[in-house]
Design a protein around this ligand. Structure first.
Ligand SMILES: Cc1cc2nc3c(=O)[nH]c(=O)nc-3n(C[C@H](O)[C@H](O)[C@H](O)COP(=O)(O)OP(=O)(O)OC[C@H]3O[C@@H](n4cnc5c(N)ncnc54)[C@H](O)[C@@H]3O)c2cc1C
Ligand code: FES
Ligand code: FES
Length: 1332
């Protein structure tokens, strides 16, 4: 690297990396030096997996600064003179682990580990700047880092160990822990409250950190500052270091962008294919990085980063009188939630303003603030106002191509001037606003007559929109209700949104326009009252809630579990909270994922061409242009695959490539193979496909019902006599609920590398999958090889959740075909957008119910219909509806039940398995029905839940026996632990005192049946070798995808062979060592494989017993050698044939499950009725996990699933165009829960261990069940919305679909503003999206 760029120093080891993104200037070019610890999760700055630390030395002030940044957006040329610290640079198992790496691992803050290097780098960088940060600083630093596995609680716990905690804060942090500790002391229980021991942590010693490279310091001090020019084949990068040189460059290349943070230009180049032959990127120009406080205004250099602006404003508001700082406060409020910290560190104020994004958070405020832009060019200075004309890019008001924005002048606010900013997004932080706004009013001394008024909005037009005419008309009016009413109408007339506006959510946006105005009205009224209590009427207390922030507080969590049975041997690891086996390697970046594997000699890259139409005939495919491009080796089409282009997935054959007809957008049409990734991707864009649309186009479930478009067969479950029961019940209700789909959003996208061995047609497939045997089968079939020639290897998977099976197999088969054809290794790694487009996710559901119930809430008859949106091919849709049916009654006994289910065939990518497999949807339908029954009976939902719950021994609808003792225990403990009754009263009191904010509380029980419905699906195998030095190698059929199955398997070997964990190794999963494995999923991976591992160990132990008994004091080395000398095999396979299970759909009876996981969760939320925002205040979860093998891993699964479920039911929303194209193709559009979303208080408690005879050490599988408990959040929001509606006199049934997004919450809290907005006549416009 040094030879490439002498000015960049990398604080890590040097290797060479396989993928060089040619012709781009992003940090990914650093990977020739093979620093693979930095992960690539999205490439657009949205996930934080690629976080690195950038350090620079400023020779003028002689200071070194450090900031975290997203490597995927950093142009490498911008790094001249900088030191880049990647995860490898801060510590490794070969040298010394850094305390951040140690603590995140030991606090169990890693599962699949793919997000971990990014998390570590964010925390590390913060600690370099603040060795004893506050928890707020830490959570702020992690705002731009997503984790799909852990649910963030353990990461926060790791962070807390670095915080300087005041006595008061200590109580908040650990208050419940302290209380529980006392209970434990009093009751002498063996319960445990911590999963790690802080005493063993390495201290953080700032003196031990890497120093800034002295050569860079010398270079900065001594080297004359000259413009640097980097030339490439297609692109030139110019870095002027003086203002004169910058102006000169801009004069010479007026069309070249001025790249500062690259957070706007970079994504445009990547996602929209914008190309700039010349880029100008100023470096260290002081005139762009200054701050000037002139007494009446603040002038900020355009080159200041948004983080610097945030810091400056924070200081300014401390030092100026309050009345002068109102604009600065409003800007600061928005800067706290704008993007994540990495983006704020990179993005510049000038770049933000000049980009003029429609959803810019700062421009609406700056536009109302009489701000001025100082421009400069070779021709001279100019000032332009930052107003609507500038934002609309009117030529007379815009920058000229050769001009540079030097600074922005922001006036101080005046005494009777008030400024506010508002925003609402899908997620509270790090999410672009749906609508935002800046508002300013000036009254003139002592009065409330409007002298000046400015209002602007973002998110409602192509750029920031100002309501100029409305404001003009309001001048001279007093600030009162009448003015507000007129203002709302004027603004709604002026800021119009057509029904088909891009981004959709049109009615929500219209409502926010007036809701924000109302908030501003109240805010000003309140200040006026404070300033002059006599003249101003002020607000009733009840309405003040419109202005208060949503609940906030210190994150606090408690965990409670019973420590393992002391009967076991002292070193017995079963029941101990042992860290994930790869935890430290995740944290140091040494854990190898598929894409981290070094380049194989002459390796090629494969990129797919996918269909752009949802239902069409392919008229022609023109490959000629693509084939003529440099580096392109081949394009695989259906023609090449003749005879092998189809593979039977479960019961339906599926085509690998399409060339005749496509039935959804994102279907694989052909595959381009090229020498490099960039060449393959560029060529894929040049393949020309001509389509002819076909009818019908079926997208929604309703359309499928209309066209009778279903997969066969329909499934039905019936119990008792429903029709008779309906005749005797007191009431009958009918209802329905829609549940949206969900994207897996595993952090590691689909990845595979296929290596032909060049001998005997052998082929190695390295792939990120949950199902190696299936990959082996489909590859063997496609290559017409016997399975014994195809070996599939999986070291670890960076998250899967059900999404890495069948589609993965299809892509692996095509990749293998290309590799085999050319006799060269082929790699295929999907970009996030491609992955989301191609792979499908959780099935959207429509549930219809008819319930017959008594006055006391007992449901005696239930008739249900489930419709799932299966997409274009069957995949696992039938299994999903079957599992949905078998689990639909959740924790309730419905004496008369009929439920039918259909999987709809539609023109979407096939939906597939996703954690919970039909249960999260089916369970929600049932719980919604119960909630409605409770409302009809005028009873509390928890009462109706309790009265219908299974009690002790009973029978499920498929006649399997169930003992619900632990269900009731979980429910009761959850009610107690959450102080349900007390808190319910508090919520009611809060609601009666607050009109615009409401709280809601809900408790939901869980019965999650575990089992696969057939014996064969549950068989598992293992292989254990003992070597002559006494060390053990174990392997089994399960895949490590974050759930810690390998860790548990080592615990099993350790217990069985009575040897320390350090003696046992596990390399990964391969079809070479354990053949014919089942899919890893369904919560049973550790259960089944554990029994196989145990079996292998017992076989070995039995063989070795005579030897051990002869020398009981011997070591494993002694025994292994003795066995070898006596010709006793030291290798054994283990086998488990599967749980006895069966299910007959003909009779509707069976014993499909082995056991049930029970639980309950109680959640409390607060909502803002005016914006639809919600905050999760507290969640209590109680789970029955049997005897936990590893409480740390099990609690991790419960929490991770809970947060994923919370995402499913509250914020994750997929958007499709009316033509069936997925819009939401990355973290910037699709929001999974971030650190800001987790409940402020989270309490997890495991029931005391309970024995069961058949499972592995009486343990229970917990991978999926927790996801359903996320719906406690859904029903808590439901409760809060209900409270709002009742107060507004709306007593009818409340129907809310999932996910309960801010849009749905706001629109359900009907009020005068929702009534005021114009409504479009259905059919009069083409909506931007279709609700699926
Ligand atoms: C993941 C992510 C999340 C985001 N979230 C938010 C959010 O929540 N809210 C929000 O408001 N925004 C958000 N943004 C947008 C972000 O604020 C802007 O991309 C950023 O401020 C642009 O600044 P930059 O320095 O990176 O611009 P660059 O990409 O470097 O440049 C952008 C444009 O500005 C021009 N330019 C830059 N400086 C000058 C100058 N001095 N003179 C003349 N022209 C100049 C360039 O020519 C270019 O056309 C997000 C962006 C990303 C990638
Ligand atoms: S990969 Fe860079 S932020 Fe996602
Ligand atoms: S551990 Fe965070 S994404 Fe898997």
């Amino acid at each position: 690297l040094k030879s490439l760029f002498p000015g960049v120093v990398l604080q890590g080891q040097s290797y060479s990396r396989k993928r060089i993104l040619e012709n781009t200037l992003s940090l990914t070019m650093l990977f020739p030096v093979r620093l693979t610890g930095t992960k690539y999760g999205c490439g657009t700055g949205g996930c934080g997996a690629c976080t690195v630390m950038i350090s620079r030395y400023n020779p003028t002030i002689k200071r070194i600064s450090h900031h975290a940044a997203n490597a995927c957006l950093i142009p490498i040329c911008s790094l001249y003179g900088a030191a880049v610290t990647t995860i490898e640079g801060i510590g490794s198992t070969k040298t010394r682990i850094h305390p951040v790496q140690e603590r995140i691992a030991k606090c169990h803050g890693t599962q699949c580990g793919f997000c971990t290097p990014g998390m570590v780098m964010s925390i590390y960088t913060l600690l370099r700047n603040h060795p004893e940060p506050s928890l707020e600083q830490l959570t702020d630093a992690l705002g731009g880092n997503l984790c799909r596995c852990t649910g963030y609680r353990p990461i926060i716990d790791a962070c807390k160990t670095f915080c300087k905690v005041s006595r008061k804060e200590y109580f908040f942090f650990f208050k419940d822990l302290i209380i529980l500790e006392r209970v434990r002391e009093r009751e002498r229980l063996s319960i445990s409250l911590k999963l790690f021991s802080e005493e063993e942590f390495l201290p953080l010693d700032p003196t031990q950190e890497l120093i800034f490279p002295p050569e860079l310091m010398i270079m900065a001090e001594k080297q004359p500052q000259r413009t640097r020019i980097f030339g490439g084949d297609r692109m030139t990068w110019i870095s002027p270091t003086t203002l004169t040189a910058l102006l000169e460059a801009k004069f010479k290349y007026p069309q070249a962008p001025v790249v500062m943070g690259n957070t706007s230009v970079g994504p445009e180049m990547k996602l929209k294919g914008v190309f700039h032959p010349v880029i100008i990127s100023p470096d260290g120009i002081e005139e762009l990085n200054f701050l000037f406080n002139e007494g009446y205004c603040l002038t900020l250099g355009a080159g200041l980063s948004l983080t610097q602006v945030k810091y400056i404003l924070g200081e300014v508001i401390q030092n100026l009188p309050e009345e002068k700082t109102r604009m600065y406060r409003a800007l600061l409020k928005h800067l706290r939630t704008l993007a994540g910290s990495q983006i704020r560190n990179m993005a510049s104020l000038g770049g933000h303003i000049v980009s003029r994004h429609l959803d810019s958070d700062l421009n609406p405020l700056l536009a109302v603030g009489n701000c001025t832009l100082n421009l400069l060019s070779k021709k001279g200075k100019r000032q332009v106002p930052l107003n609507e004309e500038f934002l609309r890019r009117c030529p007379s008001a815009d920058l000229k191509p050769e001009e540079i924005l030097i600074s922005v002048k922001i006036p101080h606010s005046r005494k009777w001037e008030f400024v506010s900013g508002f925003r609402q997004a899908q997620r509270q932080q790090n999410a672009l606003a749906v609508v935002n706004s800046g508002m300013r009013v000036f009254f003139g001394e002592g009065g409330d007559i409007i002298r000046e008024l400015s209002i602007s909005y973002g998110g409602v037009g192509p750029t920031t929109v100002c309501a100029k005419n409305s404001c003009r008309k309001l001048i001279g009016r007093p600030w009162n209700e009448e003015m507000l009413d007129v203002a709302c109408r004027l603004v709604l007339d002026e800021v119009t949104l057509p029904g088909s506006a891009p981004g959709g959510r049109v009615e929500f946006k219209r409502t926010l326009i007036v809701s924000f105005l109302f908030k501003f009205y109240l805010e000003v009224l309140q200040i006026l009252k404070r300033m002059d209590p006599v003249r101003s009427p002020g607000l009733a207390d009840k309405y003040e809630s419109a202005l208060e922030d949503l609940h906030s507080g210190h994150h606090c969590s408690t965990l409670k579990y019973e420590v393992s049975d002391s009967k076991n041997l002292p070193q017995d690891p079963i029941g101990q909270p042992i860290m994930h086996l790869s935890g430290i390697k995740h944290a140091t970046g040494e854990a190898i994922y598929c894409d981290d594997m070094p380049t194989v000699d002459r390796e090629l890259f494969l990129s797919f061409v996918t269909s752009s139409r949802a239902h069409a005939k392919i008229v022609s495919i023109d490959l000629s242009e693509a084939l003529s491009l440099p580096g392109v080796v081949d394009i695989v089409t259906e023609e090449h695959l003749r005879g092998v282009n189809s593979f039977c997935i479960l019961s339906e054959p599926e085509k690998l490539l399409r060339t005749e007809e496509v039935s959804c957008v994102g279907q694989l049409v052909c595959a381009v193979i090229a020498e490099s990734e960039v060449q393959a991707k560029q060529a894929a864009k040049r393949v020309k496909v001509v389509y002819q649309d076909l009818q019908p186009l079926i997208l929604t479930i309703e359309e499928a019902i209309q066209h009778n478009s279903f997969f066969e067969p329909e499934r039905k479950l019936e119990y008792g006599n429903v029709d008779e029961a309906f005749k005797v019940v007191d009431h009958i209700l009918e209802g329905e609920i829609h549940i949206g789909g969900q994207e897996h959003f595993y952090m590691e996208t689909q990845s595979m590398l296929v290596v032909p061995k060049g001998e005997d047609q052998e082929i190695d497939v390295y792939v990120s999958t949950q199902f190696p045997k299936y990959i082996q089968d489909i590859v063997a079939s496609t290559l017409k090889l016997p399975a014994n020639k195809v070996m599939c290897h999986v070291k670890r998977v960076g998250g899967a959740f059900g999404g890495k099976t069948y589609k993965t197999g299809i892509m692996a088969a095509i990749t293998a075909f290309a590799a085999n054809k050319h006799g060269r290794a082929v790699r295929c790694i999907l970009e996030r957008g491609e992955d989301m487009l191609i792979t499908g996710g959780r099935h959207p559901y429509l549930g219809k119910y008819k319930a017959g119930f008594m006055n006391d809430g007992r449901i005696l008859a239930l008739d249900m219909q489930h419709y799932s949106n299966g997409g274009a091919s069957l995949d696992e849709s039938l299994l999903v509806i079957e599992m949905g049916l078998l689990k639909m009654e959740n924790a309730y006994k419905f004496p008369n039940l009929r439920c039918r289910a259909w999987a709809c065939r539609t023109n979407f990518p096939s939906n597939t398995a996703l954690r919970g497999f039909g249960f999260p949807q089916a369970g929600l339908i049932t719980e919604s029905c119960i909630t409605e029954v409770a409302a009809r009976c005028g009873l509390a939902p928890e009462k109706v839940r309790m009265i219908n719950m299974y009690k002790e021994i009973d029978q499920t609808p498929y006649k399997q026996e169930i003992n619900a003792k632990n269900l009731i225990q979980c429910w009761k403990e959850c009610m107690d632990m959450s102080s349900y009754s007390l808190r319910k009263a508090a919520v009611e009191k809060f609601n009666s005192e607050n009109y615009w904010k409401k709280k809601g509380l809900a408790v939901v029980p869980l019965k999650f049946p575990v089992g696969l419905g057939s014996v064969a699906a549950g068989q598992a195998a293992a292989l254990v070798h003992i070597y002559l030095d006494g060390s053990v190698l174990v392997t089994h059929g399960g895949i490590e995808m974050g759930q810690g199955v390998h860790t548990k398997m080592i615990q099993v070997v350790s217990r069985e062979l009575r040897m320390p964990i350090s003696n046992i190794h596990l390399r990964g999963t391969s079809t070479e060592t354990v053949p014919n494995t089942n899919i890893s999923g369904g919560s049973v991976v550790a259960d089944l494989n554990g029994l196989a591992v145990k079996d292998a160990c017992q076989t070995l132990l039995k063989r070795l017993e005579p030897i051990i008994s002869k020398n009981p004091q011997g070591t494993w080395k002694d025994w292994a050698q003795a066995a070898f000398d006596e010709s006793i095999s030291l290798s054994a396979t283990g086998y488990f044939r599967g749980y006895e299970s069966n299910m007959s759909w003909e009779t509707g009876e069976g014993h499909p499950f082995e056991y049930f996981v029970y639980g309950a969760a109680c959640s409390e939320v607060e909502i803002d009725c005016l914006t639809g925002a919600h905050k999760n205040i507290r969640t209590d979860v109680v789970m029955d996990v049997g005897c936990s093998i590893n409480p740390a891993l099990d609690i991790g699964q419960i929490e991770g699933a809970f947060i994923q479920g919370m995402g499913l039911y509250t914020i994750e929303e997929l958007h499709y165009s009316p033509q069936g194209v997925l819009y939401t193709r990355g973290p910037n559009q699709y929001k999974i829960p971030a650190i800001c979303d987790i409940p402020t208080e989270l309490h997890i408690s495991l029931l005391p261990p309970s024995q069961s005879s058949n499972t592995l050490y009486s343990s229970k599988g917990l991978g999926e069940s927790g996801i359903f408990l996320g719906c406690s959040m859904f029903f808590a929001i439901h409760d809060a919305v209900n409270a709002a509606r009742q107060e507004r006199g709306l007593f009818g049934p409340l129907k809310l679909n999932s996910p309960l997004t801010p849009e749905k919450i706001r629109m359900a809290c009907e009020d005068k503003f929702t009534k005021m907005i114009p409504k479009d006549k259905p059919g009069s416009y083409v909506p931007w999206n279709v609700p699926i």
